[in-house]
Every structure is written in C-alpha cells, then in structure tokens.
Ligand binder design. Structure first.
Ligand SMILES: Nc1ncnc2c1ncn2[C@@H]1O[C@H](COP(=O)(O)OP(=O)(O)OP(=O)(O)O)[C@@H](O)[C@H]1O
Ligand SMILES: [Mg+2]
Length: 300
C-alpha cells in the first residue's frame, strides 16, 4: 500500500496523529543519496554482420530510494533484462552511468559487487546444485564464513518451508516457485542493499506466484533491501511495486506510482484507469500479446 506523503493543509494546529512510519516512496528528495541511480544508461548490441546496432537500453534514467520496490514493465525485447544486467555489472555500459549508494559501478566495481545481487532462476548451473550447494557456492563467492552461512541458509530455508531433507537434492527437482525462493534466498545470504530480480514470478502457478510475491515484500521489510524487479504481470506490478517504469524499445516512456500512472490515462480518456490501459497508451502494445518468450538467461 502506498502512503500519502502530503500533510493536511490546515492552518489550525492539530494533534499529531499516530501513524505508521512512512515508507520511503518516490524519487529521493534532494540531498538524499539514492540506493540506485541510473543516469542516461545506454547499451547497444551489434549482431551478426548487420551494421546497424540494436539499442537495447536507450538513455534510461531512474533514481530509486532505499526500501523501494521498483518495477520495470515492458514487452518482450524492451530491454528489461539488459538493464538488470547492466546494473549487476554483467554487461558494460556504452553510455551513461550507474551508482549504487553513491559508488560508481565502473570505478568502484568491487565495492558495488558487495552491495548488489541479481537473481535469475533460469541459470542452468544453479538448477543442477542442491540448495545447500547453491548457498555454499554463494558464500564462497562472497567470502562469507562457510559455517555461519550454512546456519543462516538453514534458517532462511526453514522460513520458506523448505526442510533440511530437501536441502541436499538438486534444485531442478523442486517446483518453480520453490526454485525461485531458493534463488532469492541465495542472494539474501550476502545481505545485498540492492536486489535485482529478473521476472521473479514468470511461469509460476497462481499460488506459487503469491508465495513468491509475499516473500519479496518480506525481504524488503526485513532486510532493508531495495528491490529492482522486472515483470510482465500488471497485477503483480500494481501489488508489489512502489513505483513502475514502462520500458518500450529500450526507453522509459512513463514512470510513477501505480496510482500516478493510472491517473495519467484517466485524464486522457475519462475511463476507469487500469495499468493495462496505461501500458497500451504509452507503448501501443498489449502485454498479453507476448508472453511466449524464449529465455536465454544461462549467464551466471
Ligand atoms: N547478448 C545479446 N546480444 C545481442 N542482442 C541482445 C543481447 N541481449 C539482448 N539483446 C537484444 O536487446 C533487446 C532487449 O533484450 P532484453 O533481453 O533486454 O529484453 P527483455 O525486455 O528482457 O525481454 P523479455 O521480456 O523477453 O525477457 C532485444 O532486441 C534483444 O534481442
Ligand atoms: Mg528479459
């Protein structure tokens, strides 16, 4: 739920109401360091002998506050995964810059790597390993104490309803929902400030989808994490995301809270606003048209 940040515009003093702590939603106010700052990020791919490059990410700018869940919505090929890979330092920028808590991802790459973690459940390597092996691998990769990591891993898995017996079998034998949770749990071992989730719920049945969404909210609340996620699912974006950017052909065509985005369309058409109509308006496409994506995410 998004809290309204405006104070009442009354001039008479009112007793201070007891309210929940405000979630830090929206662009960071001036002076506050964003958890993630992306400025004019650009990435081109030149494929085959074609001279003309594909501009997968085209002059993308966004500033994300600590504690936000920020969603990137876009059709197939709109540049979502490329943007995630750029931020995770898996790809290099052709233009622009990215900062994580003020650290530049090129200049301070090692420091940034300690602050971010990317989850891609489709990595084949990840699936061949058991949850235990996965977590041990992650612990080694990040130089964590193996014993402590194991204890923590068991605790995280128990919270996800994965008993110790399941921890030694390959992840590929688990349901996709469970696999996704193990992937996120693995990323959590390093207590990342910024967690990058590329389509965390694609291909899940409704029940598992809900489970993973709830888990993502829990991660945000209990790990003080900032989460950048991509999705094809408008309902998911509306439920989970504090703010959303719509990506079309590598460009951000609209950005705001779900309510802000819907109010834009309402004003234009005078119709009941939905994120679907927002998406149609800004991209000229329907998200339902292109869910049959073939993935090639084996890049870990
Ligand atoms: N390694 C690569 N080499 C060449 N072209 C690439 C590469 N990765 C992505 N592209 C191209 O960049 C564009 C954006 O791709 P990207 O995978 O970022 O889209 P996406 O929004 O994640 O799509 P999807 O919803 O299918 O996951 C596409 O035109 C794609 O073909
Ligand atoms: Mg993708």
């Amino acid at each position: 739920m998004i809290e309204v940040m405006d104070e009442p515009k009354s001039t008479t003093p009112m007793p201070t109401p007891v309210r929940e702590p405000l979630r830090r939603v929206g662009p960071p106010p001036s002076g506050e360091q964003p958890a993630l700052l992306i400025e004019h990020a650009t990435k081109r791919f030149i494929v085959g002998r074609k001279k003309k490059a594909v501009v997968a990410v085209n002059d993308v700018t966004m500033s994300i506050r600590r504690g936000e869940i920020y969603g990137i919505l876009g059709a197939n090929g709109s540049g979502k995964s490329t943007l995630i890979r750029l931020v995770s330092t898996l790809l290099t920028l052709d233009g622009g810059r990215v900062e994580v808590l003020g650290q530049d991802i090129v200049r301070d790459e090692m420091a940034v790597k300690q602050l971010i973690n990317r989850v891609s459940v489709d990595a084949a390597f990840f699936k061949k390993l058991s949850p235990h092996e996965n977590l041990a691998y992650a612990a080694r990769l990040y130089g964590l104490d193996a014993k402590r990591a194991r204890v923590e891993a068991i605790a995280i898995m128990a919270r996800l309803g994965i008993g110790e017996k399941r921890l030694s079998r390959p992840v590929e034998q688990m349901s996709r929902g469970m696999q996704q949770k193990v992937a996120i749990a693995r990323a959590l071992l390093t207590s990342p400030t910024v967690l990058l989730l590329d389509e965390p719920t694609t291909g899940l049945d409704p029940r598992s989808k809900l489970d993973v969404q709830t888990f993502i909210e829990e991660v945000r609340d209990t790990h003080d994490a900032t989460i950048l996620l991509t999705t094809h699912d408008l309902d998911e974006a509306e439920r989970l995301c504090d703010r959303i950017a719509l990506l079309n052909d590598g460009r951000v065509v609209a950005e705001g809270t779900p309510a802000e985005l819907m109010s834009l369309v309402n004003r234009d058409y005078g119709k009941e606003p939905t994120l679907e109509s927002v998406f149609m308006t800004f991209t000229g496409k329907s998200l339902d048209d292109d869910l049959d994506d073939d993935k090639n995410d084996d890049d870990e």
